[in-house]
Write a protein that binds this ligand. Structure first.
Ligand code: GDP
Length: 296
């Protein structure tokens, strides 16, 4: 189950408060120490945890809560509210251009799930009645173009490719012309992934950016990598000013550290989450639902 281990620990820590008719400051302190530990063990960013605990405590130790008839429930409500706030509060949708085509640049490190997610997004848009075009701009791994073509075929969305003899900027420009001619209203550009962040990769995405002026730059991150994912998000955002994150492999993430830290660290929203390998396993990210799911 998603966030299973985090969920269990938080529910344990907070469950003890539930049954108490009256809460002392010490009760809250003890519970918050356990919550803090649970979040750190879930690989949530250290500063994020510190701020979070401080906010919850400030609100929980107030008179209104302590003197209420169900103080434990109130504290749990505050934790739920602050968790929601940590993840950005409300769903942030894709920013569709008022003058189509909407252009979406996909970025991310190899293995994060970029190609799969590109296919999932196309599938999603197609189901909404749009006419997406996928663009193969990863010219370094011959298998990458093929993989995108396979994904495109599976979701019934065309893939624009010029092989690997052209540079990605020229491919992206040609794809834009193609999209206009064929009335594609969403262009999703799959860029090269690397094993590590490097200057060349950043330069290349920046150059494609200049050529096509995208409406969205989405960064695909593997949730299972916890704080590494958060650090990747920070680096990409500093360099490319991303517009959002898609967090993959949440279906296998028991801890939740990346999901809980990314918004607070980068101030960029998680727009979708990957919930499995299949091409229909992409969900919009709802911070409120996610918080309730964690607290059970
Ligand atoms: P890329 O190198 O970033 O393009 O990554 P791929 O799209 O090739 O994905 C790498 C692996 O992660 C593949 O085995 C995918 O099936 C898998 N994958 C991608 N997204 C998800 C997801 O949301 N959940 C799970 N369980 N696996 C995923």
């Amino acid at each position: 189950m998603v966030f299973e281990s985090l969920s269990e620990k938080l529910q344990n820590a907070l469950g003890k408060l539930k049954s108490k008719g009256k809460l002392s400051e010490k009760d809250v302190d003890v519970a918050m120490r356990e919550v803090r530990l649970a979040l750190l063990e879930a690989d949530v960013n250290f500063t994020v945890v510190k701020d979070f605990i401080k906010k919850v405590k400030e609100r929980a130790i107030g008179n209104e809560v302590m003197k209420s008839l169900t103080p434990g429930q109130q504290v749990i409500k505050i934790v739920n509210d602050e968790l929601t706030s940590l993840m950005g509060r409300t769903e942030v949708k894709i920013n569709f251009s008022s003058t189509p085509p909407t252009v979406i640049l996909m970025s991310g490190l190899q293995g994060a799930g970029k190609t799969t997610t590109t296919g999932k997004l196309a599938n999603n848009f197609k189901k909404q009645g749009k006419r997406p075009l996928l663009v193969a701009c990863d010219v370094y791994r011959p298998a990458a173009i093929k993989q995108l073509e396979v994904v495109g075929e599976r979701v019934g969305v065309p893939v624009f490719s010029m092989g690997n003899k052209h540079n990605p900027v020229d491919i992206a420009k040609a794809a834009m012309e193609h999209a206009k001619k064929h009335a594609n209203d969403v262009v999703i550009i799959d860029t090269a992934g690397r094993l590590h962040i490097d200057e060349e990769l950043m330069d290349e995405i920046e150059n494609i950016h200049k050529a096509v002026n995208p409406d969205e730059i989405l960064l695909v991150l593997d949730a299972m990598t916890g704080q590494d994912a958060v650090n990747v998000a920070k680096s990409f955002d500093e360099r490319l000013s991303i517009t959002g994150v898609i967090l993959t492999k949440l279906d296998g993430d028991a801890r939740g550290g990346a999901a809980l830290s990314i918004r607070a660290v980068t101030d960029k929203p998680i727009k979708f989450v990957g919930m499995g390998e299949k091409l229909d396993e992409l969900e919009p990210f709802h911070p409120d639902r996610m918080a309730s799911r964690i607290l059970g």
